[in-house]
Design a protein around this ligand. Structure first.
Ligand SMILES: NC(=O)c1ccc[n+]([C@@H]2O[C@H](COP(=O)([O-])OP(=O)(O)OC[C@H]3O[C@@H](n4cnc5c(N)ncnc54)[C@H](O)[C@@H]3O)[C@@H](O)[C@H]2O)c1
Length: 473
């Protein structure tokens, strides 16, 4: 168990407290704001519901959180001191004087500063390193580290141990790498707003619907490497030469894109990504984008909302062998596992959405659910009959085995493109009143449509239905 002192518990200090606590560190906070404990408690609640959800293994047991009345109390005995007070140099210097009085041997001050250089911070003699995070600290892994090399190395080790990505800066610069980028984009955005070229929403859309999605998973240079295709990075970058002098941007102080700079970019790109062909990089990019876009669908944010809106206009339904088609899906990479085939849980997900498709068909749609009635699943049996891989197109047909009273028993067949059945999913649902959470009969139109299908399907074969996994004798 290690102990971190968090000096300044605002937006960033709260995020740091959560990151350390959820990685098993004890945390002592000092912040004169009387609201600090409430604010950090709320940040911690959000962090508890999100950071562990990224992992497939449990994080260490949570450390203990305490609030101290002085910097000395928080810092005494700490193995790590993270300063996150407001971005004012004179305040930071004052706080460092106070911290220095209680620092244990071998411990230095890590500053969250967004822009002051380590030498600015250390100007009055403090042992301080820039350890610059991004908000929310408990989820975003990047830490820009700058200062004395020995201290940076130690900071990087701690960063890695709490699941972060240390980026040690070779050269001291104002604002570091991330904020220098963001500042360039920000300045362009301000010009576009001022010149009436784009609104705030249009600027945000330009980022989140397009290149922002690519940057999230491959950054700038790997993305350009792919854009260069088989012609290669060098010839692609050479094309940028003239455009650097076109009026594309207000950032007019541009470097000479001469042979030496092109060679540097090309060589570094080869070292970074040359182990993968362009096709392999494209597949990796596409898999990442599918995973990101599917995640964004959930909230409808940005590009996720574009997908769901488009989807509502896409045709569904149809029939195969007299049975309704309740789902058509192409297997996303996120459904596959380390065996390279579709994970067993994804078969259940297919069943879930096929049941949803059947519910739409009988009128138990979103409006019906909003009116306070739905079907709840009480039993499911899946037979896994064949392997399925990334990118395969699957079709699900649904036979109504029973549809009377509160009960709806369905038999889904999952078909591959060649018509072979790769799974059957038999499921029993009970019609439920969403207010009382008790089973009840469906409304007449839904009950009628369900009974009609059950009668129509009564003589259809249903091989594999009705069995069970087995029970203890
Ligand atoms: N907000 C961001 O997105 C972001 C990102 C990365 C880094 N940073 C950096 O993190 C630091 C903190 O920024 P923030 O956004 O959390 O600001 P904030 O205003 O949310 O928090 C600053 C906290 O410092 C406290 N404070 C003031 N004087 C203090 C003192 N003498 N001792 C202890 N605490 C004191 C305040 O009460 C406040 O709670 C800044 O250096 C900032 O540049 C901010």
């Amino acid at each position: 168990m290690s102990r971190a002192a968090i000096i300044g518990g605002g937006v960033i200090g709260g995020g740091w407290a959560a990151r350390f606590l959820l990685n098993g560190w004890d945390v002592a906070v000092f912040d004169p704001d009387p609201e600090a404990a409430r604010k950090i408690g709320e940040v911690l609640d959000n962090a508890r519901a999100s950071l562990p959800a990224i992992y497939d293994r449990p994080l260490p047991p949570e450390g203990s959180l305490s609030f101290c009345d002085s910097i000395a109390d928080a810092v005494t005995g700490a193995d790590w001191v993270q300063e996150s007070v407001s971005e004012r140099l004179e305040l930071k210097h004052r706080v460092y004087d106070e911290i220095a009085k209680s620092l244990s041997d071998g411990v230095f001050i890590a500053s969250s500063t967004s822009g002051f250089k380590a030498s600015d911070l250390a100007a009055k003699g403090a042992l301080v390193v820039v350890v610059h995070p991004f908000n929310p600290v408990y989820l975003l892994p990047l830490l820009e580290i700058s200062g004395a090399p020995g201290l940076c190395k130690k900071a990087a080790e701690v960063a890695t141990s709490i699941g972060m990505h240390p980026l040690i800066l070779k050269t001291e610069i104002d604002a570091f790498i991330g904020n220098r980028f963001q500042e360039a984009v920000w300045r362009e955005a301000l010009w576009m707003l001022k010149d009436g070229i784009a609104t705030t929403e249009e600027i945000d859309d330009a980022i989140r619907m397009g290149f922002g999605l690519r940057w999230a998973q491959m950054g700038l240079f790997e993305t350009y490497r792919i854009a260069g295709g088989e012609a290669g990075m060098k010839s692609y970058i050479e094309q940028f030469g003239p455009s650097l002098h076109w009026p594309w941007t207000k950032l007019t102080d541009v470097p000479d894109l001469d042979a030496a700079l092109i060679a540097r970019i090309s060589d570094q790109s080869d070292a970074q990504s040359g182990h993968l062909t362009i096709r392999e990089l494209e597949r990796l990019r596409d898999d990442n984008l599918v995973a990101i876009l599917r995640a964004l669908r959930h909230s409808g944010s940005g590009a996720g909302g574009v997908v769901t809106t488009h989807e509502t206009g896409l045709a569904t339904g149809g029939e195969i062998d007299g049975l309704p088609v309740t789902l058509r899906r192409v297997v996303p990479v996120t459904w596959t596992d380390y065996n390279g085939h579709m994970n067993e849980a994804a078969y259940l997900e297919l069943g879930t959405w096929a049941t949803d498709g059947l519910m739409q068909l009988i009128g138990a749609d979103a409006a019906y659910v909003a009116s306070g009635k739905s079907f709840f699943t009480v039993d499911t049996r899946i037979r896994y009959l064949d392997e399925v891989h990334r990118g395969e197109a699957l079709t699900v047909t649904t036979l109504v085995l029973e549809g009377a009273g509160k009960k709806m028993k369905l038999f889904h067949r999952v078909l591959k493109a060649d018509g072979t059945i790769c799974a059957t999913i038999e499921t029993l649902l009970l019609h439920t009143d969403l207010t009382t959470r008790r089973a009840c009969a469906p409304e007449a139109p839904v009950a009628g449509a369900l009974a009609h299908l059950a009668m129509a399907h009564a003589d259809f074969p249903a091989e594999g239905a009705g069995g069970s996994v087995g029970h203890r004798s």
